[in-house]
Ligand binder design. Structure first.
Ligand code: ADP
Ligand code: MG
Length: 340
């Protein structure tokens, strides 16, 4: 493959190259890349602003994460936080720290992923900063979004007896990472060995190309349902449930059988000798939405949406934080590595 050194383009050449690929999806973007700051129309309602910072060797390993996927994923991570406030993501900025280890083609790959996600989630890249780094790739995103004031959804706000809902399925991204780590170890020990990734496409995709649930936020809006509390699942279900409970001053009761785990995640977990529920509870990076709804909204969600599971209830007792197992035992949510 062709390799063009970054210094042939220079910083401004690189910025021009990025700018020429940026497309505007939102009419509220007045000025994107090219001036000292981006200009956006201040919508009615609230503006939301959120950031993520990813550092090579800490948050990702370029040994097995393709740059295009990394670009896509950083956008998913950035806008997932806007969605978790019940907002609509609109604009993003991306800061990168680069060394000359990266070629122009490599950066093109990174941005191809970023722009693919911009397209999928109807947001635009309106700015950023580019600098050199001596410690590998540094990538940060800031996302801007909007939400009508009466639709803003915080982590706090759940009521006792509200139903706890989660989108999609959980644990897959963590299991995908374990498959990648396993194959990396095999490769380091025996570089001639072929990686065994077949059969694990689902969990690998969950790790490498996660979805942000813009579709769910749109569905809730169409149904005129405002969740009473919400958070995105970036650190594992157990930790996110604890956040909702603590912020709302309540407890939670969640049923093991209701926790959505994909068939392919069970398969991967078995092969890795890991517990699928541990992966769902304590794994991370699924980028699903965890939220609570009033009892009266239950039927509407049941009738008109797909891909939402009802996993339990908020309890009025803040000291109560339990999983109810299939054997009807109550297990404290804090139990690490709990598995049945
Ligand atoms: P300044 O020195 O005023 O910050 P820069 O040369 O850093 O200006 O940036 C010029 C323009 O290019 C700005 O609109 C900035 O947001 C944009 N920009 C710089 N780096 C990136 C990047 N990596 N991705 C997208 N836009 C960028
Ligand atoms: Mg700058």
């Amino acid at each position: 493959m062709e390799r063009t050194e970054l210094n042939i383009l220079g910083e401004f050449g690189l910025i021009d190259r990025i700018a020429s690929q940026s497309q505007i999806h939102n009419p509220t973007t007045i000025k994107g890349i090219g001036d000292d700051a981006a200009v956006v129309v201040a919508d009615h309602g609230y503006q939301l602003l959120s950031s993520e910072l990813l550092i090579e060797g800490v948050h990702f390993d370029l040994g097995y994460v393709p740059l295009k996927h990394l670009g896509y994923k950083v956008v998913v991570a950035g806008i997932s936080d806007i969605l978790a406030m019940n907002g609509t993501p609109k604009q993003i900025t991306i800061n990168i720290g680069l060394s000359n280890r990266f070629s122009v083609e490599a950066i093109d790959e990174l941005y191809a992923g970023i722009f693919a996600a911009c397209e999928d989630y109807e947001v635009e890249l309106v700015g950023g900063d580019t600098t050199s780094s001596r410690s590998g790739l540094i990538l940060s995103i800031s996302a801007i979004g909007t939400v009508e004031t009466e639709k803003i959804t915080y982590r706090k706000g759940a009521n006792a007896n509200d139903i706890i809902c989660v989108t999609g399925d959980l644990g897959g991204a963590y299991l995908g990472l374990q498959i990648l780590e396993r194959e990396k170890k095999v490769f380091l020990e025996a570089p001639e060995a072929q990686p065994v990734l077949t059969g694990h496409e689902y969990v690998l995709q969950r790790q490498l190309k996660p979805d942000a649930r813009l579709d769910i936020i749109k569905q809730l809006r169409e149904l005129n349902i405002v969740p009473t509390s919400m958070i995105d699942v970036s650190d594992g279900l157990a930790s996110e449930l604890r956040h909702l409970a603590a912020e709302s001053g309540l407890g939670v009761r969640v049923f093991e059988e209701q926790i959505p785990i994909h068939q392919k995640s069970y398969l991967a977990a078995t092969e890795l000798k890991l517990g699928p529920f541990t992966a769902a509870l304590n794994g991370g990076e699924d980028y699903e939405l965890l939220f609570t709804i009033r009892q009266e909204d239950y039927q509407k969600i049941l009738d008109h949406t797909t891909d939402i599971s009802f996993i339990g209830f908020m309890s009025s007792d803040p000291t109560e934080a339990f999983f109810i197992t299939k054997q009807n035992e109550a297990v404290p949510l804090t139990a690490q590595g709990w598995e049945k």
